[in-house]
Design a binder for this molecule. Structure first.
Ligand SMILES: Cc1cc2nc3c(=O)[nH]c(=O)nc-3n(C[C@H](O)[C@H](O)[C@H](O)COP(=O)(O)OP(=O)(O)OC[C@H]3O[C@@H](n4cnc5c(N)ncnc54)[C@H](O)[C@@H]3O)c2cc1C
Length: 253
C-alpha cells in the first residue's frame, strides 16, 4: 500500500518567469483538500515511465494553503531531465497530474522571538515564498527574518515585486539578493532590500560577522541543490560555529 493521500491537480496556467524557470498554477480537483504547512512539498506522479523511480518527482508548494484549491510549483529546467522535458515541453493547460502529500518537515520553526535566516538559490525560493506569504498575512513572530537569495542575474530573480513589498510590510524583514554573474547592481526597490555581487556564502558570512558573538545565533533554513547546501552547511558549522540544531535544510538533489 502506498502511504499518503493522492490528489488530482489540474493545470490552469503556466507563468513564464525567465528562460529557465516557470510557475505552474494548478487547481486541486474534488472535495478533499490537503492542509499543508508553508515549506512542505508534493510528490508528483508524472507520465515518465513504468517504474515509480522513473515517475516520481517532488516539488515544494510555493503558495500558502489559504489560497483556496490553488497549488503553485516553481520549476527550473534541467537539461536532459525527464521531468523538465515533461513540464517545459509536454504538459498543457487543462492536463491533470496525480500528486501525493503534503510531505516534509521543512516548515517555519515554532519558536517565536528567534532570529531566522533563509538561504536559497534559484527555485529553492519556493518554500520561502510560501512561508513569507504566511508571515506577511499573520504577522512576524520572529525577532528578525533575513532572506538571502542567490541567482545569476536580475533576470533570474523570482518574486521580485513580492520580495520588495515584504520589505515594506513585514517588520524586521530584510532581503539580500546575490547576483553571481552580474557586475552592475540594480537600485534596490526598498531600503530593506539590497543587491550584492557574489554568491550567497559571502552574504551570510557578512551577516554573521555584523551580528557579533553576543547575539543569539539565527535559525538557518537552507533550500536548493547540493552544490550550495553542502558548502553552506560546512561553512556555517566549521567557520561560524553554528550549532547543528540551528541548521535545517531542504535538499532538491
Ligand atoms: C523535497 C524536494 C522538493 C523539490 N522542489 C523543487 C521545486 O520546487 N522546484 C524545482 O525546480 N525542483 C524541485 N525539486 C527537484 C525536482 O524534484 C527534480 O529533481 C527536478 O525537477 C529535476 O527533475 P528532472 O527529471 O528534470 O531531472 P533529473 O534527471 O531527475 O535530475 C537529476 C538530478 O539533477 C539535479 N538537478 C535537477 N535539477 C537541477 C537544477 N535546476 N540545478 C541543479 N541540479 C539539478 C538533481 O541532483 C537531480 O536529482 C525538489 C526536490 C525535492 C527532493
Amino acid at each position: 500500500m502506498i502511504p499518503g493521500t493522492w490528489y488530482s491537480l489540474r493545470l490552469e496556467r503556466i507563468h513564464f518567469e525567465n528562460e529557465r524557470t516557470r510557475t505552474f498554477h494548478f487547481c486541486i480537483e474534488g472535495s478533499e483538500f490537503p492542509q499543508w504547512k508553508p515549506g512542505q512539498f508534493f510528490v508528483c506522479d508524472l507520465p515518465l515511465g513504468e517504474k515509480r523511480t522513473q515517475r516520481w518527482r517532488s516539488y515544494s508548494i510555493a503558495n500558502p494553503c489559504t489560497d483556496g484549491h490553488k497549488v503553485e510549483f516553481c520549476i527550473s529546467f534541467k537539461e536532459g531531465g525527464a521531468a523538465s522535458q515533461y513540464f517545459f515541453s509536454e504538459i498543457r493547460e487543462g492536463d491533470a497530474i496525480r500528486c501525493k502529500g503534503p510531505e516534509g518537515n521543512f516548515t517555519l520553526p515554532d519558536q517565536p522571538g528567534i532570529p531566522l535566516t533563509m538561504v536559497c538559490t534559484g527555485t529553492g525560493i519556493a518554500p520561502f515564498r510560501a512561508m513569507l506569504s504566511e508571515i506577511d498575512a499573520r504577522g512576524n513572530p520572529y525577532s528578525s527574518v533575513d532572506l538571502i537569495f542567490g541567482v545569476r542575474n536580475e533576470r533570474e530573480m523570482l518574486y521580485r515585486s513580492e520580495i520588495a513589498s515584504w520589505c515594506a510590510r513585514i517588520p524586521n524583514f530584510r532581503a539580500s539578493i546575490c547576483l553571481s554573474r552580474q557586475p552592475e547592481m540594480p537600485l534596490p526597490e526598498h531600503p530593506g532590500l539590497q543587491y550584492l555581487h557574489g554568491h550567497v556564502h559571502q552574504c551570510y558570512d557578512s551577516l554573521l560577522r555584523d551580528m557579533g558573538a553576543d547575539r543569539p545565533q539565527p535559525q538557518f533554513l537552507l533550500c536548493g541543490w547540493s552544490a550550495m547546501i553542502d558548502q553552506a552547511v560546512a561553512a556555517l558549522v566549521t567557520q561560524h560555529k553554528v550549532a547543528g540544531k540551528n541548521i535545517r535544510y531542504e535538499l532538491y538533489g
